[in-house]
Design a protein around this ligand. Sequence first.
Ligand code: G1P
Length: 279
Amino acid sequence: MIKKCLFPAAGYGTRFLPATKAMPKEMLPILTKPLIQYGVEEAMNAGCHVMAVITGRGKRAITDHFDISYELEHQIKNSSKEVLLKEIRHIIATCTFTYTRQNEMKGLGDAILKGNVLVGEQDPFAVILADDLCVNPEGDGVLRQMIDLYNKYKCCIVAIMEVPNDEVHKYGVIEGNELENGVFMVSNMVEKPSSDKAPSNLAIIGRYILTPDIFTVIQKTKPGKNGELQITDALCEQAKKGMVIAYKFQGKRFDCGSVEGFVEATNYFYDLQKSATTS
Ligand code: G1P
């Protein structure tokens, strides 16, 4: 059973400066909800109730967001604004939040390794990169789809999507054999390759199911792209043993780590909200 979801959230968010100078990028709102809350809701819908957050210096707002604000509760009690806190109250009441800090920016692999203390050694766990905002208006959320697949294959799962060749350098890229529609047995993975070195145009997006043996593998992994410890490199070791599945998810993904993707997501959710209120 996958009950824990890890949220690496220690990055600086330099692409959003100056907005992220004193505020965590995970707290930037799409409409009225911070990015990380979308991720937490996706994890809850997939059956997770322990949210393990890897934070860093200057990220206090995330911890405060997922805690009760007694002053605010007192202020808005019985007012028309109370309804705006409905979702976050529900999250706080039903989930447990745990935190640890990544002191140095040594890569996503290192951030996930720091999460070992929060998710333990026994059970598989999910990872959500809140920058990648995923929606599936047609049905189950992306993490739910991946957990269903984990229950079938019982190994690490990465979510993938096709990207244009001139964008592969932004992603981890997989090579694999299609086992069933949209499901690949991964044989190789490369972190941010140039387009001429990419094994395919199937790019990893920020959703993973990892088995706990990944921690030992990360510990043995050498720094890779940009001198950082890459989860892609650790997973590649597992892939060579036939233990990684890549899944072309159903739904839509917004790259909210870029200003363009962030604006696209904002427009998408605004239109959605508008059509819900006018219909
Ligand atoms: C990370 C991963 C990369 C993955 C991407 C998805 O990169 O290292 O493999 O494709 O997330 O968003 P980042 O975007 O943090 O540089």
